[in-house]
Design a protein around this ligand. Structure first.
Ligand code: HEM
Ligand SMILES: *[C@@H]1O[C@H](CO)[C@@H](O)[C@H](O)[C@H]1NC(C)=O
Ligand SMILES: *[C@@H]1O[C@H](CO)[C@@H](O)[C@H](O)[C@H]1NC(C)=O
Ligand SMILES: *[C@@H]1O[C@H](CO)[C@@H](O)[C@H](O)[C@H]1NC(C)=O
Length: 358
């Protein structure tokens, strides 16, 4: 009884707290503009904090490239900064890419491999990735720079996780900031049929989401915290169209009306527009997602599902109301996700070109 009352009070506080959302967005615009002006010296690019985190997975180390390729992390950060300045949506794509890589064959850059005659249906062509996954050119640009400077040293799998880390850093106005262990190897296996098998679709309920996260060693807190990435980026109408013609009870009717205006009734592969996921602060990686969940203003059933258990609902409220909490948790969960099923020299390699096996 007491705890239910507590959650009610917190929900109220979350709704009241929303008045500050606009101010938060203005602050972002300023931060983004001051981020790294085109052509300006980049020496003031902030460096991740030096707190020493717990030991990572076997074979991985913090500062892994500090001797073999000292500027590696810096190069990747600069390439990501430049890409995000041009289009913040690409940053969302990079964060999603890290997730889609890790959940299929582990964090091994298998999502980057192009189709070849020998492997005509790689992960990249699976429905969760094609045509929606974006940011591949950013990975290519970073890898090209690295290959030029220290050939054969930095794995594509590490580039993907660093790029997501850096995208989170910039899109959060430097609030999500973390050190990332590296030393991942690139995989040689990439199969389309494994995408639908391991990547949860937006129709999933809480039980199904928890099962898919548990299969990858992630828990209920990770699910709630990582879902917060839906505070940026976009979604194709086809990803939630089942929820707008007759809105389910877990969706705000006003949002459904807005979405009906943005999405054509007769969707098909060539006519499938996108909408922003977070209508309040679309390009800012912040805790607005949780406020949206509480108001039922989220696109997917998988988002709304976070309110269907007491445990997850109270985590949603905590992330919505406690300042700074989600940003810290998100950093930790991204590191944990980046350690899924790491390959080694025996079953992996350092690719020369992220799109093809050596
Ligand atoms: C919990 C289960 C999840 C489901 C069911 C899910 C599903 C989806 C779907 C359907 C889209 C829209 C794709 C499109 O139509 O273009 C999307 C976008 C996105 N997802 Fe998730 N997702 C989940 C978890 C995650 C996680 C763990 C992350 C990262 C930590 C993430 C990051 C993103 C981002 C950033 C976007 C926007 C991408 C862009 O703008 O290009 N998602 N997600
Ligand atoms: C995907 O297909 C391959 C062979 O093409 C098969 O060995 C594997 O078991 C399949 N995986 C899943 C999850 O269906
Ligand atoms: C979630 O979906 C599965 C599979 O459709 C179903 O068996 C289960 O009962 C559902 N769980 C909840 C909590 O609705
Ligand atoms: C898709 O929808 C658009 C707009 O309604 C239509 O012009 C086009 O012919 C459709 N394409 C296919 C392949 O059905």
């Amino acid at each position: 009884m007491a705890s239910r009352l507590g959650v009610g009070v917190l929900i109220l506080a979350a709704l009241l707290g929303s008045a500050t959302a606009q101010a938060g967005y203005g602050e972002y615009t300023a931060a983004a503009q001051g981020m790294a002006p085109e052509g300006a010296p980049t020496s003031e690019t902030p460096v991740p904090p030096a707190q020493t985190p717990p030991p990572p997975a076997p074979g991985l180390r913090y500062g892994f490239y500090s001797r073999s390729c000292p500027p590696a992390e810096y190069f990747i950060r600069e390439v990501v900064a430049k890409a995000i300045r041009k289009n913040p949506g690409v940053g969302a794509g990079l964060i999603r890419m890290a997730f889609h890589d890790c959940f299929v064959q582990g964090c091994d850059a298998s999502v980057l491999l192009d189709a070849t005659p020998a492997n005509p249906r790689p992960e990249k062509l699976g429905p969760p990735n094609f045509p929606s996954l974006r940011g591949f050119e950013v990975i290519d640009a970073a890898k090209a720079l690295l290959e030029n400077f220290c050939p054969g040293v930095v794995s594509c799998a590490d580039v993907v996780q660093f790029a997501a880390r850096d995208a989170a850093f910039f899109l959060s106005g430097y609030k999500v900031s973390y050190r990332l262990p590296a030393g991942r190897f690139d995989g040689r296996v990439s199969l389309e049929n494994e995408t639908l098998a391991f990547l949860p679709p937006p129709s999933f309920n809480l039980t199904e989401l928890l099962d898919s996260f548990r299969a990858k060693g992630l828990d209920v807190d990770d699910l709630v915290v990582l879902s917060g990435a839906h505070t940026i980026g976009r979604a194709h109408c086809s990803s939630f169209s089942d929820r707008i013609s007759t809105p389910p009870s877990n969706m705000d009717p006003g949002l459904a009306t807005v979405l009906r205006g943005q999405c054509p009734a007769n969707l098909n592969f060539t006519n499938d527009p996108t909408v922003v996921q977070d209508i309040v602060t679309p390009n800012r990686l912040d805790n607005q997602y949780y406020k949206n969940v509480l108001r039922r203003k989220v696109l997917f059933n998988s988002d709304a599902a976070l309110l269907t258990s007491r445990q997850t609902a109270s985590k949603v409220v905590e992330n919505a109301v406690i300042r700074g909490r989600w940003e810290r948790k998100f950093a930790r969960a991204m590191v944990k996700m980046s350690l899924i099923e790491i390959k080694n020299a025996g079953n992996g390699e350092i690719r020369k070109n992220c799109r093809v096996v050596n």
